[in-house]
Design a binder for this molecule. Structure first.
Ligand code: SAH
Length: 351
């Protein structure tokens, strides 16, 4: 049986479901009933659509309405972080399995799911393991929301935050990512607050512009990773296309137009971006853009780089704190199971 994208109900927005049921000659309210069953009650079978007439359920049953991402494996860390590897299906005639990952993160008041937006990534950030994987394509909307749904089911707990910081560049899969974020935010779905959903980009300027123009309500994070315009391109290819000065310009426009802070992520790499001069430049940026800065210690040893020592982290961070900038050290939850930032694809992923 061939299931076309049109027939998959999971991952459709409410208005897409309305059009779908209208085309079947069904009343409009079927759309909101279906939306709730799928996105709030996380239905796994059409049998759970109890308000639907049997005949209608039977028609939909033939159509692969509720696909699921199979979990290939999961690994639990000592700190409560859990890494889930999913099989995102096959591409065309290729036999290669397309594996993606999502990570469950716990902190005293939060349950956060970190999700993937692509299988692999077309960007090549020198410090990131996902960049070493073969890129196999964008995820569909249903494959994005289903990572969250599957983790909620498995953990038996509610999620408070979702971050698009897993594999891939969310702003290279803009439409599916934004549609997924709206579904997670929808009051008839999980009803996650827009500020509890964070989309992180390495700096794809046209997508950031679109995000501003559409006044998307979600948090935006930019992976800055270097404060020096002449050097950022050496660790992040994307900087050659969308250079730092232009990126900062658009970040400023985001804060002014939407009257919000932007988040900058900064992966700390000793001998690369942690010197006093780098810290001074980062202070300058922090003063010129309304932002919050998340520092992440390097978690991989790609390029022969190493993780910063506690003393190095403290020294770098203190320059920023002395300048009164809101700086946080995100640490490396899940490091022992290769689930920390930039480690996805390190172990267990197929290329
Ligand atoms: N492509 C998007 C989404 C991925 S987010 C982006 O770049 O924003 C992944 C985050 O982990 C980014 O903030 C990135 O800077 C950080 N990161 C990548 N590799 C890392 C590594 N080896 N150690 C620590 N952090 C890393």
């Amino acid at each position: 049986m061939i299931v076309t994208e049109e027939q998959v109900l999971k991952g459709k927005s409410l208005s897409e479901l309305e059009r779908f049921f209208e085309a079947l000659g069904q009343p409009r309210f079927r759309a909101s009933q279906a939306f709730r069953r799928i996105n709030r009650h996380l239905a796994q079978s059409l049998d759970e659509f109890t308000e639907f007439p049997k005949a209608l359920r039977a028609t939909l049953a033939d159509q692969g309405a509720l696909p699921e991402l199979p979990v290939v494996k999961s690994v639990l860390s000592e700190d409560g972080t859990e890494r889930f590897v999913f099989d995102a299906g096959h591409l065309g005639r290729s036999e290669a399995v397309r594996e993606i990952e999502a990570v469950w993160l716990v902190s005293p008041r939060r349950r956060t799911v970190c999700i993937s937006s692509q299988v692999g990534c077309t960007l090549n950030c020198r410090f990131c393991a996902t960049g070493t994987m073969v890129y196999r394509g964008n995820l569909e909307t249903w494959q994005i929301v289903d990572q969250v749904y599957e983790l909620i089911r498995r953990k038996g707990e509610a999620v408070t935050n979702v971050v698009f910081m897993g594999m891939g560049e969310p702003f290279h899969n803009y439409e599916n990512v934004i549609r997924a974020a709206h579904i997670l935010h929808h009051p008839e779905g999980l009803n996650l607050g827009a500020r509890h959903i964070t989309i992180s980009t390495a700096g794809v300027i046209p997508s950031i512009e679109r995000f501003i123009k559409d006044r998307e309500p979600f948090n935006l994070a930019i992976s800055l990773n270097h404060a020096n315009a002449a050097e950022r391109g050496a660790i992040m290819d994307v900087d050659r296309k969308y250079p730092l000065d232009k990126l900062l310009e658009v970040a400023r426009r985001y804060t002014r137009t939407l009257d919000r802070k932007i988040t900058f992520e900064y992966v700390m790499i000793p001998d690369v971006n942690m010197g006093p001069e780098n810290a001074a430049r980062l202070v300058k940026i922090g003063r010129s853009v309304r932002c919050k800065i998340n520092l992440i210690p390097l978690n991989t040893n790609l390029q022969g780089w190493r993780r910063p020592t506690a003393a190095e982290i403290e020294e770098f961070q203190s320059t920023l704190l002395d300048a009164d900038l809101p700086v946080f050290n995100r640490g490396s939850p899940g490091k022992d199971i290769d689930a920390a930032c930039g480690m996805l694809a390190l172990a267990g992923a197929t290329t």
